[in-house]
Design a protein around this ligand. Structure first.
Ligand SMILES: [Zn+2]
Ligand SMILES: [Zn+2]
Length: 198
């Protein structure tokens, strides 16, 4: 199958478009201990990310982490994809304060250890937290493992939940810089409109 044909079938965690600087760093082999790690691009071998630096998980160095995430095709897409109307409305209804609560809750639920799913359990529209999860590699325990260096088969510590929540909120503040702290009333999308959207 040609690359273009693949692209039309939809973006996955392992999609690449190396000629345009969009790679996938998830390695095809696990470590001896069974961990999934990041490394060179699995398709073209580009060596673009300083992994020990990323997995230190320091918020003071988050610019480097975000810059690196954008070299990966799936992340790049969600850093640039325009938020859909439902996601925008959700953000306005929650405000920054409500989104922090929602993000932390989503992390606790979707990133339970042993969750058998991969990134597919994390939808791709309707909620800005979902965009953030894909953009920041907080979508599933596999991505959290190879990007952030947190082993996938154990509970997340309070510090780890806090770090991942902060990544999500920094993404949201980057994408929606004028979002107020407090939520506000936003009328629901009428059903006839909702049908037209599909
Ligand atoms: Zn590549
Ligand atoms: Zn994932």
């Amino acid at each position: 199958m040609s690359k273009t044909a693949k692209k039309k079938l939809g973006l996955t965690c392992t999609s690449t478009d190396c000629e345009n600087g969009l790679h996938c760093f998830k390695q095809t082999k696990k470590t001896v201990a069974g961990h999934i790690v990041g490394g060179r691009c699995r398709d073209c071998g580009a060596d673009l990310v300083d992994w020990p630096r990323i997995t230190r998980r320091e918020l003071s160095d988050v610019e480097y982490t975000f810059r690196s995430l954008k070299y990966e095709m799936i992340r790049h897409h969600f850093w640039h994809q325009e938020l859909d109307i439902r996601a925008m409305n959700y953000a306005l209804r929650k405000g920054i304060d409500g989104l922090i609560v929602a993000a932390e809750k989503r992390i606790r639920i979707t990133l339970r250890p042993g969750n058998p799913f991969d990134g597919r359990q994390t939808g791709k529209s309707g909620n800005p937290v979902l965009y953030a999860q894909h953009a920041c590699a907080v979508c599933c325990r596999k991505c959290v493992e190879y990007w952030h260096g947190i082993e996938r088969n154990r509970e997340l510590s309070a510090d780890e939940v806090n770090y991942l929540t902060k990544l999500i909120m920094l993404y949201i503040k980057d994408r929606l810089p004028n979002l107020p702290s407090e939520g506000q009333y936003v009328p629901p999308i009428r059903r006839s409109q909702a049908i037209e959207e599909f």
